[in-house]
Design a protein around this ligand. Sequence first.
Ligand code: ATP
Length: 267
Amino acid sequence: MAVALESARPAAAAVARPMIEVDRLTKAFYDSEGDRVTVAVSDFSFSVAQGEFVCIVGPSGCGKTTVLRVLADLEQQLSGDVKLHSAMPPAMVFQEASVLPWLTVSENIALPLSLKGVPRAQQDARVGELLALTGLGDFARARPHQLSGGMKQRVSVARALAEDREILLMDEPFGALDEQTRLVLQQELLRIWGATRKTVVFITHSVDEALTLADRVLVMSPRPGRLVAELTVPFERPRDVVEMRRDKRFWDMTYEVWNLLAAPGEV
Ligand SMILES: Nc1ncnc2c1ncn2[C@@H]1O[C@H](COP(=O)(O)OP(=O)(O)OP(=O)(O)O)[C@@H](O)[C@H]1O
């Protein structure tokens, strides 16, 4: 089954229209003989509204990346219904910064545009905007080996934004970074998201990262991943990633999610 892409709907309907609708998704992986090996995700349903930031948390191996790959139309042989109400396929950011070492920061960011044959002047203008948006202005001509891990990941985010796709899929993008860099990039991502209002699905192992970023957190069970709970995150925006850690509700919710992860029940 291929993921269905739809044309964007008229702006009048754009307030809280669903951008992503997943209905009873089940995905199993088979060995070469066709015998079932692993059911990664089972009967998983959720939706994401336009402009919403949703985080998915769950134990290792519960199928989080599989869900993201399904949304990116990278998986075949699944059951259920997956609809993306966007004219363009989603952009993706992975855990490992996927920058090309022989290209400069600007060239890395411009890559999706140059591959599409976008005229050079347009590329330059877009790259200029993205360098400013992601705080990389001083590093336009640097090559990846001259960058820290956090900066490389900024390049990955900038490149994912280059084509201005409506849906951004992020698979543990800050998972390989130290705690302090992670916090800085969470704040940056919140600012970028505030400026662009993409529809974001963000996977993380970190409960506090999910609560820091998301409008809603989906909690998955151990494999086969099912939806255990769906929590609305009450913190007002714009958020300050440090200040919000002084809020008792933040720790109460952290505790609640940890309890769900420790003893998953069915919704
Ligand atoms: N191509 C594949 N072939 C066979 N099994 C696979 C394949 N991809 C994923 N799996 C299995 O599906 C299950 C879910 O994997 P997935 O990577 O989606 O989990 P995850 O929640 O993202 O894990 P983690 O948090 O550790 O990254 C795992 O048991 C994994 O071994």
